[in-house]
Design a protein around this ligand. Structure first.
Ligand SMILES: [Zn+2]
Length: 121
């Protein structure tokens, strides 16, 4: 079990960022709070916390896996084409129900918009 302090830092980092972060970003921001935060520790904490649903792993095509805090409602994501950061769009939306073709089993869905973020515009 990872120490509470390290879990707190990860939750804090995700909360402060307000967008899904990669493990590299979590580590980078986390080290601003705990100097000696180890990468193995962060990996282990991320694994435990996703198992516990404290944080949610999100995957976007062609991007490293990212993590975010559980959202209150389904929301679309936005990928910046310039800096490649991923943002949560604070818009409540529901995915349309789809009827999957024979043989396909749908276990999740994502709405992803893209363009340029305020920093890169
Ligand atoms: Zn950008």
């Amino acid at each position: 079990m990872i120490q509470t302090r390290q879990r707190e830092v990860i939750l804090d980092v995700l909360y402060e960022a307000g967008r899904p972060l990669t493990r590299v970003e979590i580590l980078q921001y986390g080290r601003q709070q705990i100097d000696r935060l180890g990468s193995a520790t962060v990996d282990r904490a991320i694994r435990e916390m996703t198992d516990d649903f404290c944080i949610i792993g999100v995957e976007f095509p062609g991007q490293p896996k990212r993590y975010e805090l559980p959202a209150e409602s389904e929301h679309p994501h936005f990928v910046c084409r310039v800096c490649e950061r991923v943002f949560d769009l604070p818009i409540t939306m529901e995915l349309p129900e789809i009827k999957a073709p024979k043989g396909f089993k749908v276990s999740g869905g994502e709405v992803i918009y893209s363009g340029t973020c305020p920093n890169c515009s």
